[in-house]
Design a protein around this ligand. Structure first.
Ligand SMILES: *Cc1c(COP(=O)(O)O)cnc(C)c1O
Length: 395
């Protein structure tokens, strides 16, 4: 054991570099959140005035109002906070389904969707995606997979999950279309908005969503870990089922505590405070999403001037997260003494960080929230590296 090694933990990623890390752009704190973070950094900081034994009911700071505002912002009726989108999915599956039930999810779903299903002993059926290079999810395929589940198990699935924007290609699948199909079949519908809510406008009612789950640290300018699950009145009782346990000897009961949320809340303190403090900016920024997409498309056009660079997924891109295939850089890596790490270090030398160290053949970049100037700098860095290694770059 060497406790001294923890004495000087530092991180200068956001200070010294332009960070294009695929999962980090939407989670960069607002100045307001950074300030609130310091004041509420101590342990149970949001519990000074807790009178009802539940974080979501605390009025100072105004968590109770915040719960209502987030629900309204998402076009849903009720919200609870969770330590990330992953726990939100787990909470839905553990409360709404029984062991052995079938669920349907898109084949670009995040691993945490599979884990939530596995932890709750559910059967998982996948909606296939199209092949290279689009990897598109066709909403109508949900109906086919519902029929497949019926053929195999004798009944339709209980729940369908759609990854609104997937983490591999940044493809956006229209939830309204999947929601319509779910409604026709009487299948509950959960939309995973980890890469969309907090960045773009979300309306759960229009999506016909029973559950919306999302991630504060990925897309709502928050400190990890925080996420949420939103639902409609119809499911409140079941999802937010309160405790009925009685101590056999003591007779103790906890009737106000919600079981799937560990009684009070599985997340509070600093993550919750930053989520709240960034909310005013988040409400505002979702209206600027079109501009983010415009910048992302410009970025793709310029990157593809490096001959052999291709944006994977649906085109033109509908998100700030891109997956690039870059075979020329892969060729360079094969001969380079630092192998695949050459790209990471060449970018770092040019002030750009966030491309996964070691990757060259395929890598992801997120431009969310970068200024035009910063985006141009990233483009310059890539083209400059390409030219240094004798690759062809179009004007
Ligand atoms: C990042 C991501 C998650 C995980 O979110 P957490 O809030 O970290 O649990 C889940 N699903 C998708 C689609 C993601 O992109």
């Amino acid at each position: 054991m060497n406790p001294d090694r923890y004495r000087n933990l530092r991180r200068d990623t956001e200070l010294k570099y332009i960070n294009v890390h695929p999962i980090q752009r939407g989670g960069v704190l607002t100045p307001e959140a950074r300030k609130a973070l310091i004041e509420f950094a101590d342990g149970y900081s949001v519990c000074d005035f807790c009178f009802e034994g539940r974080v979501d009911l605390v009025e100072t700071p105004p968590v109770r109002d915040f719960v209502g505002d987030v629900a309204e912002f998402l076009g849903m009726d009720e919200v609870r906070f969770t330590p990330g989108c992953r726990h939100a999915k787990w909470a839905v599956m553990s409360t709404m389904l029984e062991k052995g039930d079938s669920i349907v999810l898109d084949s670009l779903a995040h691993y945490t969707s599979y884990m939530a299903a596995e932890a709750n002993n559910l059967e998982v059926y996948e909606v296939p995606h199209s092949g290279y290079p689009e990897f598109r999810i066709n909403p109508e395929t949900y109906a086919d997979v519902f029929e497949e589940v019926k053929r195999e198990t004798g009944e339709y699935p209980k729940l369908a999950l759609l990854t609104h924007v997937d983490y591999r290609y940044g493809n956006l699948t229209p939830p309204e279309e999947v929601g319509k199909i779910c409604e026709e079949y009487g299948v509950m519908f959960m939309v995973n908005t980890a890469y969309s809510s907090g960045l773009m406008e979300i309306n759960g009612k229009k999506m016909r969503a029973d559950f919306i789950v999302g991630s504060g640290h990925k897309s709502w300018a928050s400190t990890a870990p925080i996420g949420f699950v939103a639902t409609n009145y119809e499911h409140v009782e079941k999802l937010m089922k309160t405790s009925t346990i009685r101590g056999r000897w003591s007779g103790r009961g906890f009737t106000k505590k919600e079981i799937a949320f560990y009684g009070c809340s599985p997340v509070f303190g600093a993550p919750l405070i930053t989520f709240m403090a960034s909310f005013p900016s988040v409400v505002e920024r979702v209206s600027r999403w079109e501009d983010e997409v415009r910048k992302a498309r410009y970025f793709v056009r310029e990157m593809e001037k490096i001959v052999g660079f291709h944006q994977m997924g649906v085109r033109p891109t509908e998100h700030t997260l891109q997956n690039f295939e870059s075979l020329p850089f892969h060729q360079v890596a094969r001969k380079h003494k630092r192998r695949g790490y050459f790209l990471y270090s060449e970018l770092k030398k040019r002030g750009v960080i966030g491309v996964h160290p070691g990757l060259t053949k395929n890598f992801k970049i997120n431009t969310y929230g970068l200024t035009d100037r910063q985006i141009n700098h990233v483009i310059w860095a890539f083209k400059d590296i390409a030219e240094k290694y004798g690759l062809e770059v179009e004007d």
